[in-house]
Design a protein around this ligand. Sequence first.
Ligand SMILES: [Zn+2]
Length: 166
Amino acid sequence: MPVYFLLTEAHGPDRIKIGRAKSVEARRRALQTGNPDLLKLVGYIKSKDDVRLEADLHREFHDKRGDLGEWFHLEPADILPVLQRFHGAAFVGKTSNAFAITGHDKDGIPEFVGVWEWGDLSHEDCCPFCGCLGGLHFQEASWMYHCLACDALTNFEEDESEPPEA
Ligand SMILES: [Zn+2]
């Protein structure tokens, strides 16, 4: 079951809830109900040993613990290194426009709006399709970039929106 990190930015310093849920999105929606402050998904870690992982993380951030249950005085920047520790099992909460391309680097690789709202992650750090911190790997055989988590395969060519010339 995933261990998730949910952020609320309202009322002063950021607070992040570290908890477990079978469906992270369903849990986010349930917690959002009746809550005037927007809850945002920072990320989650898929774990078979989620009870222990959650307990370990609660212990790790013990001194940041607020007075409200599983809410900690943490920011997304504190959570990123935790997610990166779990590499291919960790996912960031994607921005809704993660696919939008802002430009291209010197190798012709597009630069995205940003997969993650709170920091810059390159396609090698993070898959723009599923948010996996395993990132995209260049696959010699297909000459494309591949994500081991969602199996996305891309050569970063932009969609041809115009019809082909006759
Ligand atoms: Zn992926």
